[in-house]
Design a binder for this molecule. Structure first.
Ligand code: DQA
Length: 145
């Protein structure tokens, strides 16, 4: 079973980006953690990060070829992107939205997610752990479907 893990804009800046909010791990550290965890779950992951909305849309579409589901942190596009929302809806793969920070206890504009309604669920506020929790939830969902 293969799962696509997608990260949106500025997630490549983790480690130095507002560490008081996003922590001190880099994206590479987080991917290494997810990879190790994926092995314990018996699944394979493919990772993709882009600062460009259309590239994220394309990666969601490509997941349809050989992945059973998607873990996505759309980052700032969470709050703005009809295109990413429509891509998730179009491919019809089960998708879990994850955030490092708790988007619900921050600025008002972060509280709304355009993408969460087309996902099976959202996990926010657990730092890098959000990805592992999201992956576990997704794999359990797929296995029980
Ligand atoms: C984020 C939350 C978003 O509001 C923000 O734009 C990000 C990161 C998170 O993981 O906490 O870039 O998705």
């Amino acid at each position: 079973m293969k799962i696509m893990v997608i990260n949106g804009p500025n997630i490549n800046m983790l480690g130095t980006r507002e560490p008081e909010i996003y922590g001190s791990l880099t994206l590479e550290d987080i991917i290494n953690e997810i990879n190790d965890y994926a092995k314990t779950l018996g699944v394979e992951i493919e990772t993709f990060q882009s600062n460009v909305e259309g590239e994220i849309v394309t990666s969601v579409q490509k997941a349809k070829n050989d992945c059973c589901g998607i873990v996505i942190n759309p980052a700032a596009y969470t709050h703005t992107s009809v295109a990413i929302r429509d891509a998730i809806a179009a491919v019809g793969l089960p998708c879990v939205e994850v955030h490092l920070s708790n988007i619900h206890n921050r600025e008002e504009f972060r509280k709304n997610s355009l993408t969460a309604p087309v996902c099976i669920g959202q996990i926010a506020g657990f730092g890098a752990n959000s990805y592992k929790l999201g992956l576990k939830a997704l794999v359990d969902f797929i296995k029980s479907a």
